[in-house]
Design a binder for this molecule. Structure first.
Ligand SMILES: *Cc1c(COP(=O)(O)O)cnc(C)c1O
Length: 360
């Protein structure tokens, strides 16, 4: 079976983990500090703060930006649930905004700022940075941007790295992401205040040892996770190149098929293809579920990210959202299909995927 995601681990990660185990320092320590340093270098930011996962990174970052109960935070309904849950964790109100059909990212033209809008969380979905320039324009000066870069490590916009495209940014190192630590999160920022708040918040609100300044959580990363993350980061360029190469091969094989829309890459973007996501429209010979079945029969996994936009899930319906609110996100969620693109997918695999789809 050609899988949709596969962790890419070799002797280096195993060795690094063994070293941590033998050192006796298993919790947050020197390895976490080193991973943070490497991330701030990668993202050209002053600071990086590691947390236990991408969701705790988002919660920590949003809190540290100063989002308070009752504030409104604008985001996209076409994303993983954490992007919106972190708003609920801050007891703020998620305000969804529809997406663009081509990039699947939040549509700057549809953003409606109110007097209660405190922040916007755009997502670099599937590995393509969001439209920073237009959103910056819309957001004006006093609205903060938290970039959800969970899927976009290594991506670029106008030669600026994902992770530097907001007042703060968050990455996830979850086991299926472009680089991994099993579970893990990273916040990047140039803001000293955000950095200081985040360091308190992830560590019980603790200033000096046993001095508690405010409510905090235990959101720390362990050195075991960080050791894996460091080794993965060393391989980021080769992973990314392979993803881009696979995506390019897929697109040259799948372009021009009736009813199948290949991923759109904006000119000023380096898209790192966390997912390679096509659209199956009515003009295609099979329905999306028939195509999934066909692929499966031929040993090819595929996956739908995301089958139901967030505003149609119970916690958000309860807030008054309903079908019809975000027509583009609703339509796209019925059309998208992600195909294997990760670095372990071979040229042979790509050939097979293309042939199976061409032959329907
Ligand atoms: C994976 C992901 C997250 C959450 O990260 P975890 O590490 O799984 O908590 C948040 N946002 C997006 C867009 C993601 O893809």
């Amino acid at each position: 079976m050609i899988s949709i995601a596969k962790p890419n681990i070799d002797e280096n990660e195993k060795k690094a983990v063994m070293e941590v185990l033998e050192s006796g320092n298993l919790a947050q320590g020197l390895k976490v500090a080193e991973l943070e340093k490497r991330f701030s270098k990668l993202c050209s930011t002053k600071h990086a703060i590691a947390t236990s996962n991408g969701t705790t990174a988002l919660h920590t970052a949003l809190y540290s930006l100063g989002v308070k109960p009752g504030d409104e935070v604008i985001t996209t309904p076409f994303t993983f649930v954490s992007t919106a849950n972190c708003i609920l964790m801050c007891q703020a109100k998620p305000v969804f905004t529809d997406i663009m059909e081509d990039t699947f990212n939040i549509d700057p033209a549809k953003i409606q700022i109110t007097k209660n809008t405190k922040a916007i969380i755009p997502v670099d979905l599937f590995g393509q940075p969001y439209d920073y320039n237009s959103i910056k324009e819309t957001a004006k000066n006093n609205i903060l941007i938290l970039e959800d870069a969970a899927q976009a490590v290594g991506a670029m916009l106008d030669n600026k790295p994902a992770g530097s495209l907001g007042n703060a940014s968050c990455f996830s190192l979850y086991a299926t992401k472009n680089i991994i630590s099993g579970e893990g999160g990273i916040i990047t920022t140039n803001d000293d205040f955000v950095k200081n708040k985040a360091r308190l918040f992830r560590n019980h609100g603790q200033g000096q040892k046993y001095e508690y300044l405010e409510l905090g959580y235990n959101y720390r990363m362990t050195d075991i996770q960080a050791a894996i993350g460091i080794e993965q980061l060393k391989k980021l360029d080769s992973f990314t190149e392979k993803r881009i190469r696979n995506a390019t091969l897929l697109s040259s094989g799948l372009g021009g098929i009736d009813g199948l829309i290949i991923p759109y890459i904006k000119k000023n973007c380096k898209h790192v293809f966390h997912q390679y996501t096509i659209r199956i429209t009515d003009e295609f010979r099979l329905s999306r579920s028939e195509l999934i079945e066909k692929l499966k029969q031929n040993g090819i996994s595929s996956s739908i990210f995301y089958p139901i936009p967030l505003h149609l899930h119970l916690p958000f319906r309860k807030m008054g959202y309903k079908k019809g609110d975000f027509p583009v996100a609703e339509k796209i969620s019925e059309e998208v299909l992600s195909l294997p693109v990760h670095p372990s997918v071979t040229d042979e695999d790509i050939k097979k995927i293309v042939e199976v789809i061409q032959n329907v």
